[in-house]
Write a protein that binds this ligand. Structure first.
Ligand code: G3I
Ligand code: 9MR
Ligand code: ZN
Ligand code: CA
Length: 541
């Protein structure tokens, strides 16, 4: 398959809410457009595009086409004068219910160590995988149970820090928008009591317990084979030996943070489990306290799978301290969090390497009364200022998102969704709904209102990603990829051979190709899905 072609009229292919603002974004010369009802064939709205802005990241001139006047639920398409047409989209009271379901169900498809049966997986089932014990590097006699959790991505590695980020996003979504998770039972474990989102996170938490060194409390950085298997290898066929890479402070901090969070969130449903989470978090914390200076993680000799290197572990320590304080009220955690907050690591970042934002959210969500007044104000004002910056950048951008040209990096869609999460956090703390409107524009981009007119979520949208760098999707015999997976998106760094050959000279936001060989633009990961669940939940609650 060749390069992406540009689409002139782009929309959120998952649709728009009846009551909300509706905007299509147009490139090129379209001026008059009409909205056609696909059921009746009739034109329900005619309009004119706006003047347009030069948009550097996408290398195009972008015009807006407003059709907010169309409010009747239905299925539509926008048409231009010369045969141009948008993808189909719906207008509905709550258009993103299925999308949120699909984005969450993706974690089920990522499950490792269990059979995915037809009943729950449809045609995308497979046998149980990665059941063997893993060898601890440096201790060849030590073989440990390594089973369970979620595969990280298009590969079958399991990495502690990225797993913690994914769980944190889902648990935060549940804490902030519980109504969005009500009444859904789509998992083998669904019991109508514990919500699916918590059941699914438990899969990863149960695996994370196995990553903690018994006795010491430290956490192995990752569990993988030595090398990536071939692209068409199904999970159960990937039988090479599994290795626990050494512990790291970043992984241990992430573990402490997410287990402290889980201890709080699971308590109303399962006190015993919550206590176990807390005990594990405290053990990890004690190890961190005893190891104030640790080198960043690098792959040990012989291991070539994802490194997830992280030179800075103060941010993970800050998250752990703030989250333990929020869950337990323990003064020792509060004083350490206050000390760590003085250090210059990013306080509003939600990336797998920069976890400071989770510490900030934990500290703020714990409430003003419990906090040190000056730190609370500093973090709250800082968060809102960061959101205001994202809002400003979005207003300057043709596709109305906060990414500048230099932000189209590997996994840029994570940044799109992380920034939307931050905007929603600012909405939560300031009450300003313009932050939510801006976050929704980010969701519109992800679902197709971008220069390529592609929905970056498999299975959602008429022009959605079809060929992700995802081994089960490549290796099975089903034409459609596993649904609900968020693709990494444009990466101007052209970090793989395929894009180096095909995308030289493209504008940043066009540095993407829907080809299975392009692992730097079209892979999928759990931690690109998780912030999308958070954002979607906001618009379903
Ligand atoms: O942060 C810098 C930025 O400051 C700089 O301007 C920019 C220029 O390219 O680079 C940014 O760093 C990039 C970094 O991702 C940002 O998170 C690096 O170039 C880029 O190489 C790095 O890519 C990571 C990739 O692994 C390669 O290490 C991705 O974030 C990360 O998501 C990805 O993770 C892989 C795992 O290793 C294996 N499993 C699949 C997974 C997804 O592809
Ligand atoms: O398939 C691998 C993918 O999951 C990783 O994210 C990516 C970067 O680490 O690497 C992919 O593996 C490629 C390897 O790095 C280079 N040779 C081609 C492999 C893809 O088939
Ligand atoms: Zn597996
Ligand atoms: Ca870090």
């Amino acid at each position: 398959m060749s390069e992406q072609r540009l689409r002139t009229i782009t929309v959120n292919q998952a649709g728009y809410s009846s009551a909300g603002e509706k905007l299509g974004l147009f490139t090129g010369e379209v001026s008059r457009f009409r909205v056609v009802d696909l059921q009746t064939g009739s034109v329900v709205f005619s309009g004119q595009t706006g003047e347009g802005v030069e948009d550097k990241p996408s290398g195009s001139r972008v015009h807006t086409g407003v059709f907010s006047a169309v409010t009747a639920p239905g299925k539509y398409r926008i048409e231009g004068e010369d045969g141009q047409a948008s993808a189909a989209f719906v207008i509905a009271d709550k258009p993103y219910g299925e999308l949120q379901q699909g984005l969450l169900k993706a974690f089920y498809y990522y499950r490792c160590g269990v059979e995915l049966s037809g009943e729950y997986a449809g045609p995308w089932g497979h046998e149980a995988c990665h059941l063997a014990a893993g060898t601890v590097i440096g201790q060849p006699e030590l073989k440990l149970d390594s089973c369970g959790g979620w595969h990280d991505a298009g590969d079958y590695g399991k990495y502690s820090g990225p797993g913690a980020k994914a769980v944190a996003d889902l648990l935060l979504a549940w804490e902030l928008y519980p109504a969005a998770f009500a009444g859904v039972c789509t998992l083998p474990e669904s019991d109508g009591v514990m919500p699916d989102v918590l059941l699914e996170c438990k899969v990863e938490l149960d695996w994370l317990f196995k990553m903690q060194v018994s006795g010491s409390g430290a956490v192995y950085h990752k569990l993988t084979t030595q090398n990536f298997p071939g692209l068409d290898v199904m999970p159960e066929e990937d039988t090479a030996e599994l290795y626990f890479s050494p512990v790291s402070a970043a992984a241990t901090g992430d573990f402490a943070g997410v287990m402290a969070m889980a201890a709080r969130v699971y308590k109303p449903f399962d006190e015993v489990y919550a206590a176990r989470c807390l005990e594990a978090a405290v053990a990890a914390w004690n190890w961190l306290e005893a190891h104030p200076e640790e080198p960043g993680f690098t792959n040990p000799p012989g291991i070539t799978t994802g490194e997830y290197g992280d030179e800075e572990d103060q941010d993970e320590r800050f998250w752990a301290a703030a989250e333990l304080f929020r869950t337990t009220g323990g003064e020792q955690y509060h004083s350490t969090a206050r000390e760590l907050a003085k250090l210059p690591f990013p306080k509003y970042s939600l990336g797998w390497a920069d976890m400071g934002g989770y510490g900030t959210l934990a500290y703020l969500l714990n409430g003003e009364e419990q906090a040190e007044a000056s730190l609370y104000v500093e973090l709250k004002e800082g968060l809102v200022a960061e959101a205001a910056r994202l809002l400003r950048q979005s207003r300057e951008d043709g596709y109305r998102i906060s990414l500048r040209e230099e932000d189209y990096i590997w996994g840029s869609n994570m940044l799109v969704m992380n920034n939307a999460m931050l905007l929603l956090a600012a909405e939560h703390f300031s009450g300003e709904t313009e932050y939510a409107a801006c976050a929704l524009d980010h969701l519109h981009y992800l679902l197709g209102r971008n220069v390529l007119g592609i929905s970056y979520v498999t299975g959602f949208g008429e022009h959605a990603v079809m060929h992700p760098h995802h081994r089960p999707s490549v290796g099975d015999t089903i034409a459609e990829p596993v649904p609900g997976l968020v693709s990494g998106g444009p990466d101007r760094g052209l970090h793989d051979e395929y894009v180096q050959e095909h995308l030289q000279g493209k504008p940043a936001a066009q540095c993407f190709v829907d080809h299975e060989d392009s692992y730097s633009t079209n892979e999928v990961t759990i931690y690109w899905n998780s912030p999308a669940v958070f954002v979607t939940a906001r618009f379903n609650s």
